[in-house]
Design a binder for this molecule. Structure first.
Ligand SMILES: Nc1ncnc2c1ncn2[C@@H]1O[C@H](COP(=O)(O)OP(=O)(O)OP(=O)(O)O)[C@@H](O)[C@H]1O
Length: 592
């Protein structure tokens, strides 16, 4: 239960609302209890009137007497209606304070979790799948909200109505109170157990629902593959299987639910019977008036919901504690990469790797092995190499998405780890190898990192990225929606969109990670030429598998298994009979 203590700071923040809620709850309870006494008076009045009626029947006051009787009964009736109305109004205020408080905390909590998620390193995202991250920010937070809203509200209500009602009952008749309340703890305990069964079954349903949604999501995003391999029938039958399982689990829950209400009604009925039976004996002995029986039946009805809620609230609190535990697991993870300073830093563009080794924390793979190289501001570095040789890892390290396991990376002679992280990242733009576009317009995708980008700047960026001609042919131009992950664009168009995004705002260091691979050599040459103008005086790092992307660079390094095996300019490397030369020969042959 200690997990829920994390939420106390939020409860304190909205303490005023909660206190108001408690006051409204007390008032609404008073208006709920008071009618029972009015009923007793009315009941006793009816009994008395029935007794005296026969005596007065012959008297001259009889009509007046009956008239007065009806007026008093009417008054009692009016009082009951008025109190029910006031009770309703205050219950409205209770919900407006306590339930609204829970919604506000839910909002704060979701924002805090999202903000924290964003600070966590990439290795965290490799270890945890998206479904799990989503579940904690949505379903788990919803369960926690059930504790903050309904559970807190009904617990307060329970305490107030127990104290007020039971003390009133005891002050009237102890024996009758004992018998009337006897079945209620049983009700509470059975509801707790039934609720637990319901929760377990609901969880199974939830799991099946998420299996079903994952399946549907995959089926639709992979629809091209499904159609191309004519697997629609198999896909449908798999869906039917999961849907059947979902239906079975729902039916099981429905069975438990249908047991739940009869059980509740049985125990409440038992309470009423006991009240009438023991109350009757007490009336016979002259200990109470008959009106008390009616009053007690009303009290029992009033206590039914708080007693029921006791079992319900207990299981809500248990579930909320389990959910908060899962949320805390993530909230307690410290971001591995943090900015050590707030001091502003302006990048010139010198990049130096000093004996850098990187072992990926999650896979244990040594991606870079004592790597050293440097590139001066304003120059272009091309990185070539076999697959898995560590090229993208260099890009990840320059943007400080990971920190080296050994060695240092220097930007303008300063250790990257000691610089203002926000300033560094905002001056380094990267077009990553795994292209990611948001399902938004092309314009918004390109202007992603520069909110104030003008249309002119965006158009210039698309021209330099060799994308403008394509955009002009599109019906909606820059306002074309690219679909989920850019599904409506070709591979090359997607790559060029990310290049436009990266060069917009002319970064101090530009990293293109295999961003020209799906582009024909003619367009590639045009883009590389444009880059020379756009990136004049700025540092560019071009990662590629193709010699054509590298040949214009001031310096080329060739990687293999995390190490540099060759380095120099295009002409220098052609003089060595090595990997670069053989790549050059192969690629020139295939392009002829
Ligand atoms: N985020 C990561 N977590 C764990 N291991 C990784 C991660 N990224 C890459 N690796 C591993 O590190 C090694 C180097 O990968 P990297 O992506 O840097 O190679 P690359 O030269 O860019 O390859 P390619 O040319 O195929 O893109 C590979 O063995 C890869 O499996």
């Amino acid at each position: 239960m200690k997990e829920l203590a994390y939420l106390n700071k939020y409860i304190l923040k909205y303490g005023f609302r909660l206190s108001l809620g408690v006051i409204f709850m007390i008032i609404s309870n008073i208006f709920a209890i008071a009618p029972a006494q009015v009923v007793r008076y009315a009941f006793d009045l009816v009994v008395d009137t029935l007794k005296t009626q026969t005596i007065l029947q012959e008297s001259a006051f009889y009509d007046q007497y009956i008239n007065d009787f009806f007026q008093v009964v009417l008054l009692y009736g009016g009082l009951i209606v008025l109190m029910a109305f006031l009770r309703g109004i205050f219950l409205f205020f209770v919900r407006q304070t306590i339930i609204v408080m829970s919604r506000l905390i839910e909002f704060d909590l979701k924002n805090d979790i999202f903000e924290h998620y964003q600070k966590l390193s990439l290795s965290f995202y490799r270890k945890n799948n998206t479904g799990d991250l989503m579940a904690r920010i949505s379903e788990d937070v919803s369960k926690v909200r059930m504790y903050l809203g309904p559970a807190i509200m009904y617990s307060i209500n329970m305490v107030i109505s127990f104290v007020l009602t039971i003390s009133l009952m005891l002050s009237i008749n102890v024996k009758l109170t004992f018998w009337a309340l006897l079945p209620l703890p049983l009700l509470s305990i059975s509801i707790y157990f039934v609720n637990n069964i319901i929760n377990k079954k609901s969880e199974l349903i939830q799991q099946q629902l998420s299996t079903m949604s994952t399946f549907v999501q995959e089926a639709f995003s992979g629809i091209r593959v499904i159609k191309a391999f004519v697997r629609e029938k198999e896909s449908l039958s798999q869906f039917t299987d999961t849907a059947n399982e979902y239906q079975d689990r729902q039916l099981e829950l429905a069975k438990v639910n249908s047991l739940f209400y009869p059980l509740m009604l049985f125990l409440i009925g038992l309470s009423t019977i006991l009240t009438v039976y023991v109350g009757g004996i007490e009336v016979g002995e002259g200990a109470i008036t008959p009106g008390v029986i009616a009053e007690f039946i009303m009290y029992v009805t009033l206590l039914t919901w708080p007693v029921t809620s006791l079992g319900w609230v207990t299981s809500i609190v248990q579930r909320a504690a389990a959910s908060q535990k899962r949320i805390n697991e993530f909230l307690n993870i410290e971001p591995e990469i943090i900015s050590p300073t707030e001091e502003p830093f302006e990048i010139k563009g010198d990049v130096k790797f000093e004996n850098v080794t990187l072992v990926y924390p999650d896979s244990g793979i040594k991606a870079l092995d004592h790597l050293s190289f440097e590139i001066n501001a304003g120059k272009t570095l091309a990185i070539l190499g076999t697959t898995g040789s560590g090229k993208s890892t260099i890009a990840n390290l320059i943007a400080r998405l990971y920190d080296p396991t050994e060695g240092r990376i220097l930007i303008d002679g300063h250790d990257l780890k000691k610089l203002n992280l926000h300033d560094v990242r905002s001056q380094i733009n990267m077009a990553p190898q795994d292209v990611f576009l948001f399902s938004n317009t092309l314009k918004n995708n390109i202007a992603f990192a520069k909110d104030d980008a003008t249309d002119e700047e965006i158009i210039t960026a698309t021209k330099n990225a060799g994308l403008w001609e394509n955009i002009q042919q599109m019906e909606y131009g820059l306002d074309t929606i690219v679909g989920e992950r850019g599904i409506t664009l070709s591979g090359g168009q997607k790559q060029r969109t990310t290049i436009a995004r990266a060069i917009l705002g002319t970064p101090k260091i530009l990293v293109l990670d295999d961003s020209l691979s799906a582009i024909d050599t003619k367009t590639e040459n045009a883009i590389l030429n444009n880059l020379q103008t756009v990136m004049k005086g700025r540092t560019s790092i071009i990662i590629s598998h193709r010699v054509s992307s590298a040949k214009l660079a001031d310096k080329i390094i060739v990687m293999h298994e995390g190490k540099i095996i060759e380095q120099g300019s295009h002409n220098e490397l052609l003089t060595i009979e090595g990997h670069y030369k053989s790549l050059f020969d192969q690629q020139s042959k295939s392009s002829n």
